[in-house]
Design a protein around this ligand. Structure first.
Ligand SMILES: [Zn+2]
Length: 93
């Protein structure tokens, strides 16, 4: 993997990606979306295969099923991290 390995929100080093439907590793392509394991932010793979934050308008232009799945994954990420009493990276001073 080259390029798309740093979260622009928290700097988390992503070293792998997984297809949600198959749970298999795969090579991401521009336009793929996901959640940062470090901070839970919604992300998209840009044309240069870098992680970028997913903008509101870009998210709302996606099909509804994808938006719902992304919301559920993000909600689960937040629920898991609240249970573990983690402090979100963006909440740190
Ligand atoms: Zn992050």
């Amino acid at each position: 993997m080259t390029g798309f390995n740093r979260c622009p929100a928290c700097g988390y080093q992503a070293d792998a990606v997984m297809d949600v439907k198959t749970a298999q590793d795969y090579a991401p392509t521009p336009g793929d979306v996901g959640i940062c394991f470090g901070c839970g932010s919604k992300q998209v793979i840009d044309k240069d295969l870098h992680l970028a934050l997913l903008g509101y308008e870009e998210e709302k232009s996606m099909d509804v099923e994808t938006q719902i799945v992304l919301d559920r994954i993000q909600q689960q990420w937040y629920a898991t991290h609240q249970e573990r009493n983690h402090t979100l990276p963006r909440d740190k001073p």
